[in-house]
Design a protein around this ligand. Structure first.
Ligand SMILES: Cc1ncc(COP(=O)(O)O)c(C=O)c1O
Length: 443
């Protein structure tokens, strides 16, 4: 497989280094990994798995052999750390009272969550629908855009990720998900990857040219229903300049296309604001949220939509069995409360300052680091050079052996995603582990 096909979303389990990593695990972990592989369908981003986990608490995972691992990956759900006591308590309390709410019935917990989300969202996003996962929420956004505009076409970005279901991979742009599955859905057209603007539009004002290109693509077709994008591609931590999304926003409005932001990993404070779009100067027509919404425990996602998109009362836009799950909503309410009470937006910015300072120092020490970047408490360490992807993978396994887990994005970007609640000593320890791994890998 080439780089684009195999490394875009994350490190895969097919490499020789992964095979040798297995030998470093304890007996119990190896035994459980064998059992896991025996029953689960294998796939390159999970089974065969990295390790087998027994416990998760705060920023730490403990494997079945008692190994401690700092979780700087957490699938981007663990803003509050694993098992935040208030989220756990809220879930338990709701389970005792209303464990399930059949569809067609309202419940107070879900309605209260919808109200709080609307009240804290960028202005104009007045309506809500929930779903049991991010890809399902993306799917609802696509359907809503069709109902609202009468158009089925979408524009989205090559190399982006919006979930693993067939409709989500149709708007997604990652070869790993699209290759070999045959036709997806018609009308899903793609633009160049956001983070490769320079490659396609040159060094002179690349994002301005990119925005012009989008305007042209919307105008020349005239029948695009929605432009779907992550405001910042999550896997490479490269934000576009601040004037990019306002220009695209304006083009979408002018050409009658909805702007859909997928903020599944960025939502709820990770970036230092409740939503990343607040920093990018553009409010979408539909904001897709997920991951941290379930407090890092419940599978939960949703869309926040402009009031005028409540336009298909005769249709079934979502209709998921666990649509208004009171238990998931209780987890989300506890999450929103913790973000406020523990001032996690400020903490994200504080951790960003602290982390960037450490990363810049690392960059000064290790020539392999081409760039360091952040958006709130989310960091990217780009490795340069001809064998960048191999080095990134080597460093990842070095760090894992020393007790630090993270994901590699785009083949050569180490991404660091710690809980916003992480104690400073644990936070600092991760950067020391990374430092030592770079030093050993250069030796
Ligand atoms: C940007 C983005 N969109 C959508 C999804 C899909 O969410 P889920 O795995 O809950 O379906 C993800 C998950 O990683 C994501 O990062």
């Amino acid at each position: 497989m080439d780089r684009g096909a195999s490394l875009s979303e994350g490190d895969v389990n097919l490499s020789p280094r992964r095979s040798s990593w297995r030998a470093l695990l304890g007996d119990k972990a190896r035994e459980l990994l064998d059992e896991d592989e025996r029953y689960f369908i294998r796939q390159s981003l999970s089974t065969p798995c990295l390790d087998a986990i027994e416990r998760a608490e705060g920023a730490v995972l403990i494997d079945v052999d008692g190994r401690r691992i700092l979780d700087f990956h957490g699938n981007s759900v663990h803003h509050l750390g694993h098992g935040h006591p208030k989220v756990v308590a809220a879930i338990k309390a709701e389970m005792d009272k209303l464990p399930f709410c059949p569809r067609r019935y309202a419940n107070r917990t879900a309605t209260e969550l919808a109200r709080q989300l609307v009240e804290t969202a960028p202005s104009g996003l007045d309506k809500v629908l929930f779903a049991p996962g991010g890809a399902a929420a993306v799917s609802m956004a696509l359907k809503l855009a069709r109902y609202a505009t009468g158009r089925h076409k979408t524009l989205s970005l090559w190399d982006s990720f919006h979930g693993a279901t067939l409709d989500a991979i149709a708007v997604g742009g990652e070869a790993l998900f699209r290759r070999g599955v045959g036709p997806t859905i018609p009308g899903a057209e793609h633009l160049p990857p956001l983070h490769l603007a320079r490659r396609f539009f040159g060094d002179d004002r690349p994002y301005e040219r990119f925005a012009d290109f989008i305007d042209y693509a919307l105008e020349v077709q005239g029948d695009v229903g929605a432009l779907v994008a992550e405001p910042m591609r999550w896997t490479t931590v490269e934000a576009p300049p601040r004037d990019f999304w306002p220009r695209v926003r304006e083009s979408c409005t002018r050409h009658g296309a909805l702007l859909v932001f997928d903020e599944i990993p960025t939502c709820l404070g990770r970036t230092g604001t409740l939503y990343a779009c607040e920093q990018f100067g553009a409010t979408p027509d539909i904001l897709v949220i997920g991951k941290a919404l379930g407090g890092g425990i419940m599978p939960f996602a949703g869309v926040l939509a402009a009031g005028c998109l409540d336009c298909a009362p005769e249709a079934a836009v979502g209709h998921f069995t666990h649509e208004k799950s009171p238990v998931a909503a209780a987890a989300a309410l506890a999450t929103l409360a913790a973000i406020k009470d523990e001032k996690l937006l400020d903490r994200a910015k504080e951790l960003e300052r602290r982390g960037l300072e450490r990363l810049r120092a690392l960059q000064g020490r290790h020539g392999a680091i081409r760039d360091v970047r952040s958006l709130g408490c989310y960091f990217g360490v780009e490795i340069g050079g001809a064998d960048a992807a191999a080095l990134a993978e080597r460093i990842m396994y070095e760090c894992l052996a020393a007790g630090l887990s993270f994901k590699i994005g785009g083949g050569n970007v180490i991404t660091l995603c710690p809980p916003l609640t992480i104690p400073f000593p644990d936070f600092d320890e991760a950067f020391s582990i990374l430092d030592q791994a770079f030093a050993r890998s250069a030796a």
